[in-house]
Design a protein around this ligand. Structure first.
Ligand code: DSN
Length: 422
């Protein structure tokens, strides 16, 4: 059953309650490996579903446009102070609704329409909002994109520098959604300084690793840091923007009134809870275990003949090109889901297939590490994945069903925050 329990919902809206209970059970039974997902704590779940959702509070603490902020102000200030302390930044804005609005606020703060932004191309591992063509950021701004090196699968900073010198962007984004390697923040900062650009580190995927000391921090290198709060950071769905003191006012004005209305106060409270959790020794151990698990899984997948983009991983994320396995990413991801292994199909750098039917899969270890799995389980996970893609090629649904049962049996020994067997 869902934890915290949902008895009122069950009584008032059984149709919806049944769906939510089923989703809790599904999350319990699946090996959740979507690299951007996790399990939040029950404390975070509780904070997310409080009466704070009833309150409007446009503005910032001490300067709101509605009355009744006696308790909202200290809640938002608590979240801000915890973000500043955890990441060691001058300023934090905890109001962005999610990662894309956070990145849009950066454009509003630093660019006029038509001016130049530079980011990693989406098919290379960047994010839509780093200037990709179908995004408003690619339509309304002159966006130029860097790639990864075709041979190494890694960012080549000499190529980034050449592009920056040629295009003179006002804003440079580093970070992305399918980047399995350590981001060289000092290297990007040197390029940004040379061309007079604002450097934005989008750490959405790796925020928890940074907080836990398992990835270098962009603080002291990037002018602005954007992040979602729900990936490795293990908080509610939301976002933050952290800045040096110099850029604090521009970012705050861009978030409100520039882009958003009232902040979601229940989310702000849940972010505060997650940030407190992320400052603990347990969370540091978690962050390091996420990376150790990904490394062990990468090794095991390679032994099973999976071709990993860049040859492996430094963080929580693995990108695999399935061409050598004779299957495309989408049918593989669908078969893996039926086998109880949840991940997403994904383009790989220089993919010859289309984004909706690409060559690769993307996976991560943030959620399974929250469940308590360690390096010793990763060879089994890789073996299941290999067996599943082989079975998918032969339409061998019996094997896929058998693996789904084995996954469920393994996970039964690892409690899930938010769920207890009835
Ligand atoms: N949707 C997120 C991810 O999966 O990485 C990025 O926005």
């Amino acid at each position: 059953m869902h934890v915290p329990p949902i008895p009122h919902l069950t009584a008032e809206d059984p149709q919806l309650a049944t769906l939510i209970e089923a989703e809790a059970s599904r999350q319990h039974d699946k090996l959740r490996m979507i690299a951007s997902e996790n399990y939040v704590s029950e404390a975070v779940l509780e904070a997310s579903s409080t009466v704070l959702t009833n309150k409007y509070s446009e503005g910032y603490a001490g300067k709101r446009y509605y009355e009744g902020q006696q308790l909202i102000d200290p809640i938002e200030t608590l979240a801000i102070d915890r973000a500043k302390s955890l990441f060691g930044v001058d300023h934090a804005n905890v109001q962005p609704y999610s990662g894309s609005p956070a990145n849009l606020a950066v454009y509003l703060a630093f660019l006029q329409p038509g001016e130049t932004v530079m980011g990693m191309a989406l098919p290379m591992g960047g994010h839509l909002t780093h200037g990709w063509s179908v995004s408003a950021t690619g339509k309304w701004f002159n966006s130029v994109r860097y790639a990864v090196n075709r041979e190494t699968g890694r960012i080549d900073l000499d190529e980034v520098r050449d592009l920056a010198l040629a295009e003179r962007p006002k804003v440079i984004f580093c970070g992305g959604t399918a980047v399995p390697r350590t981001i060289d923040f000092p290297g990007f900062a040197a390029i940004a300084r040379e061309v007079g650009a604002v450097l934005v580190a989008d750490i959405a995927h790796i925020a928890g690793l940074i907080a836990g000391g398992a990835h270098p921090s962009p603080v002291g290198h990037a002018d602005v840091i954007t992040t979602t709060t729900h990936k490795t950071l293990r908080g509610p769905r939301g976002a933050m923007i952290m800045t040096t003191a110099e850029h604090a006012t521009a970012i705050d004005k861009a978030v409100f009134p520039g882009l958003q209305g009232g902040p979601h106060n229940h989310t702000t409270a849940a972010i505060a809870v997650a940030l407190r959790e992320a400052a603990t020794a347990d969370f540091r151990a978690y962050a390091h275990q996420v990376v150790a698990n990904a490394a062990a899984l990468a090794t095991a997948l390679t032994e099973h003949g999976f071709a990993l983009s860049s040859g492996g991983t430094d963080n929580h994320l693995i990108l695999a090109d399935l061409t050598s396995k004779g299957i495309a990413g989408k049918p593989a991801a669908q078969a893996l889901d039926r086998a109880g292994i949840e991940l997403n199909y994904n383009t790989v750098p220089y993919d010859t297939r289309k984004p909706f039917d690409p060559s690769g899969i993307r996976l991560g270890t943030a959620a399974l590490t929250t469940r308590g799995l360690t390096e010793q389980h990763m060879p089994q996970v890789a073996a299941w994945m290999d067996e599943t893609v082989t079975a998918a090629l032969k339409d061998d649904e019996a094997t896929i069903d058998r693996i789904a049962g084995e996954v469920r049996d393994l996970l039964a020994a690892f409690p899930m925050p938010g769920y207890r067997a009835a």
